[in-house]
Design a protein around this ligand. Structure first.
Ligand SMILES: Cc1ncc(COP(=O)(O)O)c(C=O)c1O
Length: 399
């Protein structure tokens, strides 16, 4: 398959059809209260790349660096932990709003709850978050990974005490397998994507991402004009879009969704404009492992179809380039260790601003010296060998 840049633009829907109350500022504050009750919580940095922005012909570039999240090198734990917390609180007949980390680990709670096993399928980051939360809240977890997953990612999950293995299935089939296992064994499925009949836990997961969006909002010195969001199933993109759309209403920044060519299910769904979800099947062998998902999250799409402005499908070298530039920005700017999925959006912005063949895109996306761009570096070097091979050895050059 020839890798290329593809863009679908949606007319901005100023009527604001979606119900965003589940992702409001007030809601996000409550999610943050839950996360900040963990002793290891700290806010992740929002880095302003002033000199790099100027070099690219942009007003400002802000990168939310999620490699510092709970010592787990990725944002994902925010979702799994809030979902597990909400599930356990519900099981106890309590509300998560007044239930914190110390309540969860009390002897009384543990006695009332008994032993719960959480199961999930993951490329790595989500599973590590689920395993970490289960361990931290003194419960059990089982994690299935798609074929081709990096050994380091498996080892990190095993180190959190989960029963974990790399399967022979692609991501979407691994999700189905985890679901079957949950039904058979009475485990609780904590999957970061929704489908018909499975929405409570994915919704909690998406709300969990609200902590990242809320922190970014409080750290930003100015309102962004553009937000770029990378998507696997689109839960993250949907959640962050909903937060900023609820917050800024008519002044919502231009939202652009970025996916790898080999797993661009949201792009294809956006392009078809037929009211149906479109799937990508097969191996989806992109370097952006976290984005290698072929079936959109139904809740995420409901938000993105109303509030997403641009959907981009891009080649793998874009992520590689993003990793290199973020690690080596213009002198005076802080360096950010950003992994393949983490750097996809910034890499895309940099390519649009630098590649003469994409000059028209700058106009279409309204990117210029007045633009204030926000990207989320959603992971650090979660596969260190892969990171070094791309950044040090220069694999995945611009084609
Ligand atoms: C680092 C990273 N970024 C982004 C995503 C995309 O999130 P979603 O699948 O909700 O679109 C993932 C998903 O696993 C990820 O691991």
């Amino acid at each position: 398959m020839k890798e290329e840049f593809k863009l679908v633009q949606y007319k901005r829907n100023h009527r604001h059809n979606g119900d965003l109350s589940l992702f409001s500022l007030e809601r996000a504050k409550k999610v943050l209260a839950f996360h900040s009750s963990f002793p290891t919580y700290s806010e992740t940095p929002l880095v302003s790349l002033k000199n790099t922005a100027k070099e690219l012909g942009l007003g400002s570039v802000y990168i939310k660096d999620e490699s510092h999240r709970f010592g787990l090198n990725a944002f994902k734990v925010l979702g799994g932990s809030f979902a597990i917390g909400s599930y356990l609180a519900q099981k106890l007949g309590r509300s998560i709003e007044n239930f914190t980390y110390s309540d969860f680990i009390s002897d009384r709670t543990r006695q009332d709850l008994g032993e719960v096993t959480f199961v999930t399928a993951t490329d790595g980051n989500h599973g590590r978050g689920v395993a970490w939360t289960a361990k931290t809240l003194q419960q059990k977890s089982v994690v299935y990974m798609p074929k081709g997953s990096a050994m380091e990612r498996l080892e990190n999950i095993l180190a959190e005490g989960a029963k974990a293995s790399i399967t022979e299935m692609n991501y979407d089939d691994a999700v189905r397998f985890a679901h079957e296992q949950a039904e058979e064994k009475g485990w609780i499925m904590v999957q970061d994507t929704a489908w018909e009949g499975y929405a409570d836990i994915p919704l909690w997961i998406m709300q969990g991402y609200g902590t990242m969006a809320y922190e970014a909002y409080t750290q930003l010195p100015e309102r962004p004009t553009h937000i770029f969001l990378q998507a696997g199933v689109g839960s993250l993109a949907g959640a962050v879009t909903a937060f900023f759309a609820a917050l800024y209403k008519e002044e919502c920044p231009i939202i652009t969704i970025v996916e790898p060519n080999k797993a661009d299910c949201l792009f294809q769904t956006a392009q078809a404009k037929d009211g149906k979800l479109h799937y990508v099947t097969g191996d989806m062998d992109t370097i952006m492992a976290g984005l290698a998902c072929g079936e959109p999250c139904s809740i995420g799409w409901e938000i993105l179809k109303e509030y997403g402005d641009n959907f981009i499908s891009c080649p793998d070298y874009v992520a590689a380039q993003g990793m290199r530039i973020l690690g080596n920005p213009i002198k005076g700017d802080a360096s950010i260790i950003s992994g393949e999925s983490g750097a996809a959006t910034f890499g895309c912005v940099a390519e649009i601003m630098r590649n003469p063949a994409l000059a028209q895109w700058r106009e279409k996306l309204k990117l210029n010296e007045d633009s204030r761009v926000l990207c989320f570096s959603t992971e650090g070097d979660t596969d260190r060998e892969g990171y070094r091979s791309i950044v040090w050895d220069g694999t995945f050059p611009r084609t």
